[in-house]
Design a protein around this ligand. Sequence first.
Ligand code: 5GP
Length: 138
Amino acid sequence: MSYDSQNIFAKILRAENPCNKVYEDDATLAFMDIMPQAPGHTIVIPKEPAMTLFDLSGAGAANLIQVVQRVAAAVKQAMQAEGIMLMQLNGAAAGQTVDHIHFHIIPGSMHNLGKHASSGNVADDLAALAEKISACLT
Ligand code: 5GP
């Protein structure tokens, strides 16, 4: 299977689909998940077209985890979360639903986690949350 440039995150990267942006640089974009598993659920993606971690270049992976570290710190502060979960799914067999590598940053505890990628999840004001998290980036 090869990279499908019509996947949802590729469309967000090309600004064909909207997102509530938290952070962007030359290689990376972070935005709010529209079906959050907890309030503040944020997604970080590289701009490099790669389906899974195994398709991403080493340099891309190194950059991505550094941005995840920064954005996760901002999510932690903005959401006043004691704990932060990172999730990164590779392949449909693992539950991956969007075929562009990404990290999930989810505040809170795995014991109170909402269902994954479920349209039943309640999204708070994502624009306000994106702004709040963005303001905590250092
Ligand atoms: P995966 O299952 O691939 O690990 O995660 C994909 C994530 O993307 C899910 O948490 C899902 O809620 C989120 N998602 C799906 N479609 C969209 C969309 O159009 N916009 C945003 N912001 N998130 C999306």
